[in-house]
Design a protein around this ligand. Structure first.
Ligand SMILES: *Cc1c(COP(=O)(O)O)cnc(C)c1O
Length: 800
């Protein structure tokens, strides 16, 4: 049955009346949004039910993707697109005098994640469903998502993200599937008459875990998978029961907030409790499901794959062992064999401060039985390899060392697969970060380069580009982004190049209007839009971008007639609330923006804009308008990056170091269609090995760098002497940890190349086209297909 505009309008008005007893003229956009949301869920609920039933009946092997973060953003348009009713609904609404865009803005941006890690998890959810793979998400339903960012006097201020204040249209509370998660107390092992050891719990308390399920719709394929997020609930009666526990407050609020930090850990016990909470709840619910299949416990790997996304869910390994051994009475060896066949792990970083370690005393306190099991896994690990590998190697790789539990070690030892997220990153895992494990388990290591949900990052966010593509290469690219390559047949088609340029121009106008509204800054769409949007972190080097802006500004002050292409530098970034360095960089950028934007003597050739509250919805407005994509992390530090892929798909030219997936982007588009600069990963490591990096030397000997760095402390940038001094010190006194000064000149040269290239509109247009044409390489549909084949061993269900 096709769903016509007429059907839609009737259904919409009926639902509005049913739910709010209103007619369209009297309804607010919020009410209209909720009505539309309800209509959309009712359109997939049947398929959601069927998908679940089919998996069950076929005993289809499923993957469960455990991630402490998901960053889906808004879901209305994505669902409309996937259900194949986007155009019908948009036009139907128009007939009724309603703008789909206006309604879509009423949906809160669901931000249960910090950045790339959470966004990847959500791209994977979309792709799993869209290629018809049986895949589920498992995470935490935080009551408050990532903080809302405001600037006051140029400083970042954090406000709570009360996203649940408006109704979440997409979730379904499933009280009947609740489970209990046990915390604290003591555990004793007693011998049963059959000689087995059984744990006896004394004290401690249980928290109820309630699942909230969200349907993950596939693109035009009737598949609707599930993302299950857990919420902690404590009844009044239970509260009274554990009045005397000192940490009861935090347990009652276990799922209240997302940690606004993706590298450093604070409030450690609380965070560890969150981790055990969603691990245990998720594993128990999988276990309950598996039991309904009536298959032997020893064959769980034939029906279940569990993925550990970064180390936060690493306790899955121990929790599954607990369920097998304690609850099912399985022998340890058998349980271990199945566990490692079920588990797989992705590493997301080489930054040592982000490799989680927990004090043994803390784990013992939070989940004593899990600690015992980890101890036993560790003991057997040492025993297994003693005499095979040298003692030092075993010591370095064991799970418990110096009273700390190494979560990455637990994940690796307990999994059959360990992957990095871009070629360079996976190589570094083997040669540096996890070298010792590579010696022991070479067969476990593999690469899976990240990808992005291309429908969201092109069709939804960039309809103008999409329509242009349809016109010249047909619509097949909308399902198979590999077909974007058809664009290469039109490289010299001036009409097409012109249409692409026009689409870009319109998108820049849209962003300019947003900037005008939110920052009260006037920017010209004729200028180069040069954009860096990502979490604020020293290794991502927003500071280097700022230094280049200061250099241009000083150059223009010296020579107002300097012939440079007008530029708008655009930033979006949140800093972790306790990350002082990052917050100082924000303040400095904001003060520089004030200085530059209000200085008439530079004739508007430079503008600097820092947009508040960077999130998925904002990214969807910014990225289509980009001319230049700044991917300037110090080589070896950015595991993959994914915003680099989003920009490429939208025709921006990448300005990048040879880091993460930038390298693969360069390989795809060719050296002529990307601006590469800076140290290579090998050169960075040479500095480490020889310990001969000297930032102060560079500062003393290079007059350009000297002048720019001094601007932080000599009053050039007003109102930030403290922050300026801090940044100055990070570079000179503390020897510039991320080699900003070393890469600066090379960066400026690459920027000059950008300036020159942009003047040649045709050349620029062709580069842009080439980038779009090769963006199909980075579809998360393909990434997830590779995970499915190589790691999870899952396949789409047979359609009857
Ligand atoms: C894609 C995305 C990221 C990741 O950006 P990187 O530049 O790869 O670090 C972070 N936040 C949001 C909102 C995103 O959409």
């Amino acid at each position: 049955m096709t769903f016509t505009k007429k059907n839609f309008k009737e259904e919409f008005e009926e639902r509005l009346q049913e739910r709010f007893a209103l007619s369209i003229e009297d309804a607010s956009n919020k009410e209209l949004y909720e009505t539309l949301g309800k209509l959309v869920t009712s359109h997939y609920s049947r398929n959601w039910k069927h998908t679940r039933q089919d998996y069950l009946e076929e005993k289809q092997k499923q993957v469960y993707y455990f991630s402490i973060e998901f960053l889906p953003g808004r879901m209305l348009k994505s669902n409309l697109l996937n259900l194949g009713i986007y155009d019908t609904v948009e036009e139907g609404l128009k007939d009724l005098g309603i703008s789909l865009d206006d309604l879509a803005k009423k949906e809160p941006d669901m931000a249960l994640g910090n950045g790339g890690l959470g966004r990847l998890a959500s791209c994977f959810m979309d792709s799993l469903a869209s290629i018809g793979m049986p895949g589920n998400g498992n995470g935490i339903r935080y009551e408050y998502g990532l903080f809302k960012q405001k600037f006051v006097d140029g400083y970042q201020v954090e406000l709570p993200d009360e996203w649940l204040n408006s109704r979440n249209m997409w979730e379904v509370r499933r009280e009947s599937k609740a489970v209990d998660v046990h915390f604290g107390g003591k555990v004793y092992l007693i011998e049963t008459p059959t000689g087995q050891l059984k744990p006896m719990y004394k004290g401690g308390y249980s928290i109820k875990a309630i699942p909230y399920d969200t349907g993950m719709t596939g693109f035009e394929n009737d598949t609707v998978n599930t993302m299950r997020l857990w919420s902690a609930e404590v009844t009044e009666e239970e509260k009274a029961n554990f009045q005397h526990f000192e940490n009861r407050q935090e347990l009652q609020n276990l799922t209240s907030v997302l940690y606004p930090d993706d590298s450093n850990e604070h409030g450690r016990r609380f965070r560890l409790s969150q981790e055990y909470f969603f691990v245990s709840a998720g594993m128990q619910s999988i276990f309950n499901y598996y039991k309904t299949l009536d298959l032997p416990m020893t064959e769980m790997n034939k029906a279940i794959a569990i993925h550990i996304n970064d180390t936060h869910p690493a306790m899955c390994v121990a929790e599954l062992m607990r369920l097998f051994v304690d609850e099912e009475g399985m022998a340890w060896e058998k349980a271990w064999d199945v566990t490692t066949k079920v588990m797989s792990y992705t590493n997301h970083t080489i930054m040592s401060e982000a490799l989680e370690k927990w004090q043994t005393s803390l784990i013992k306190e939070v989940c004593p039985r899990i600690f015992q099991i980890i101890e036993e896994i560790d003991r057997r690990y040492v025993e297994e390899w003693q005499g095979v590998f040298d003692d030092e190697l075993i010591k370095r790789t064991r799970i418990i060392r110096h009273d700390q539990v190494h979560m990455a070690h637990l994940a690796i030892i307990g999994s059959h697969s360990v992957n990095g997220v871009a070629k360079l990153h996976s190589d570094l895992l083997k040669s540096v970060v996890l070298k010792d494990f590579y010696a022991i388990y070479p067969e476990r290591f593999n690469n899976k380069t990240n990808g992005i949900a291309q429908r969201r990052w092109s069709q939804l966010s960039n309809p103008l580009l999409s329509k242009t593509l349809d016109k010249y290469i047909g619509k097949t690219w909308r399902k198979d982004t590999g077909d974007l390559r058809l664009l290469l047949n039109h490289e010299n088609n001036d009409k097409l190049l012109n249409d692409l340029a026009n689409a870009k121009y319109e998108n820049k106008k849209r962003l300019a209007a947003y900037i005008k509204e939110h920052n009260q800054v006037e920017v010209s769409p004729d200028a180069i839009f040069d954009i860096q949007i990502k979490r604020l972190h020293a290794y991502k080097r927003q500071l280097m971008n700022l230094m280049h802006i200061i250099k241009l500004y000083l150059d223009l002050k010296e020579n107002p007639d300097l012939d440079i292409t007008p530029r708008v530098f655009i930033f979006g970034a949140k800093a972790a609330p306790s990350y002082h360095f990052a917050k100082s960089v924000i303040k400095l950028i904001n003060e520089t923006a004030n200085l530059v934007n209000n200085d008439d003597s530079i004739q508007g050739k430079l503008k600097v804009v820092f947009l508040e509250n960077y999130n998925v919805s904002l990214a969807e407005i910014i990225i289509p308008a980009a001319d230049v994509s700044e991917q300037i992390s110090l080589a070896s530090k950015e595991a993959s990056g994914t915003s680099n892929m989003k920009f490429m798909l939208n025709g921006a030219i990448t300005l990048a170091t040879l880091d993460g997936a930038n390298i693969e982007i360069k390989d795809a588009v060719g050296d002529d269609n990307i601006a590469i600069f800076g140290l290579t990963e090998a050169e960075v490591y040479r500095y480490y090995n020889e310990q001969n990096y000297n930032a102060s030397d560079i500062y003393q000997n290079n007059p350009i760098i000297h002048r720019v760095v001094n601007a932080f402390v000599d009053g050039t940038i007003p109102n930030c002497s403290m922050e300026g001094q801090q940044i100055f010190d990070s570079l000179i006194k503390y020897n510039d940890e991320f080699f900003v000064l070393r890469d600066f000149i090379s960066y400026c040269e690459a920027q000059e190349w950008i300036d020159e290239s942009y003047k040649d509109k045709k050349k620029w247009g062709k580069m842009s086209l080439t980038n779009i044409a090769h963006a199909g390489h980075f579809s998360s549909d393909d990434t997830v297909r590779k995970y499915s084949e190589d790691i999870w061993r899952i396949a789409p269900i047979r359609k009857h």
